[in-house]
Design a protein around this ligand. Sequence first.
Ligand code: ADP
Ligand code: MG
Length: 569
Amino acid sequence: MGIRVLPPEVAVQIAAGEVVERPASVIKELVENSIDAGARTVRIEVEAGGRRLLRVSDDGCGVPADEVELAFHRHSTSKLAAAADLDHITTLGFRGEALASIAAVSRTTFATRAADEETGVLLRLEGGRVVTRQPVGRPPGTSVTVEDLFYNVPARRKFLRSETTERRRIDGWVTRYAMAYPHLRFTLLHDGRESFGSPGSGALRDVLVAVYGLETGAAMLELPDDPGGDPAIRVQGFVSPTSLHRANRSRITLFINGRWVQETRLTYAVIQAYHTLLPTGRYPVAVVMVTLPPQEVDVNVHPAKVEVRFRDEDVVFRAVQRAVRRAVTGQSPVPHAFAPSWPGSRPPGTRPPAWTARPVESEAAIQPSLLPSATATPTMPVLRVIGQVGATYIVSEGPDGIYLIDQHAAHERVLYEQMMAQREMGVASQRLLEPVAVELGPEAAGLVEAHVPTLRQLGLELELFGPNTILVRTLPAVLTRSDPAEVLAEVAEALEEGRSGVEEEIEQAVIRRVCKQAAVKAGQVLTREEMDGLVHSLERCTSPRTCPHGRPTMIHISVTQLAREFGRE
Ligand code: ADP
Ligand code: MG
């Protein structure tokens, strides 16, 4: 077979595959067109997971009668005139491919009326060819019906997933756009039944309630305004409190200039902002909208436009991380000893607290004097140490009840924040009297060698001494009593753990290890002064309520809970 130019309908089908991968991609493209058309209401109907029928109707500007056919030509768009316009795209669409591609692989009916025209037009296409065109009476706006998707591309049809999977993907797109455009009213129907609706009130929290339910929607924290941030970048949205987390990152939703983007480094910026505040392996729920000048971002990277490139990614990364961190550290609830949902009783199978403490006076009488006055946002109250239990927990009293502190976890937190604060300038270190040679496995030695400058910054001065042998010259000051070989083994493990991450992640992994090693252990008897010192250092931490691994450092039993337990209420 010689080389030949493909017939246009084959070429279109091939190209269509890039834009229209599955029913959900049709919904995405049609909803984007409705948004670009300035719609206030968008109605989405789906039958049989989209295999049979997909319909998107809007009350947007509509298409003028004499341009309707043109809308179905490839590379025809009303949103872009010249290549220079690619620099500052403010619409979701701009490639002029969606309608042509969708029509090429389905039976499409396009009904539209431009706001300033008397009647509308109804156009029917099959496999991209116009089969009928007629005038139609209808309100201004557009309704696109796509039936029998991939009827002429059996290979594609065969690879469609189950109806449930396709439905879920469609739901994903509709809920994402509902979040990105809270002032629009979205309605989604599957097989005639309404499965999702957003009120169009303009308040993102209302959409979150519609998407995630009342409880999650109400618990989410709004990102605060950042007067100190870069004025060109706006970061808005909601993130979950640390008490609310999920097993994977799929609930982290990011929009750049109103466009949903697939997991990027920015997802990591959100996760990073929760660093040490969530248990390992758990992820926040977040909806983050970044707005920045269109010239700062290139959206023309991928046909489905779910990837973007930034002129300066780091700036955006930091803005997101900062905004989320500020929202999250503003709060960090202490876990309660007993869930408040068990009024008047203990959880089944638990015993009442087994220690004695000085009776607590009424909350109001104590609170004001004990609250730290100078701190901008007090992250925990000032505590009075009562004693140690089981050489593991510190019992202390605050203005609002009893706090049980895990001494190891608390000390880890204190050391962690100290080291993180010193990191830029170089962590305090102690020179060994004699350098110690430590032999490691080849892989560990390679990793350590690759990170010598980073480790020096963390107080570990190392030198390659021979094959797989490392000379330790200094140790972080907090670890001077530790065995250098043990420290190095731990560090190598941390490097291994942080291996796939960025440098910052690796550094933090090392710091966490060092703190774990240096912190007082459970079972260690502490003097009164040591306990006081530890508790007061904890009070000065930014995130005193969790250890660097995300476990709680303290459990709080409120005055009310005590009263209830003793039957005083
Ligand atoms: P693009 O969105 O990239 O411009 P499309 O193929 O999706 O390309 O649409 C082509 C053109 O058809 C759009 O530029 C727009 O002018 C018009 N159009 C499509 N859908 C609608 C709609 N729902 N309301 C108004 N105009 C629409
Ligand atoms: Mg489009």
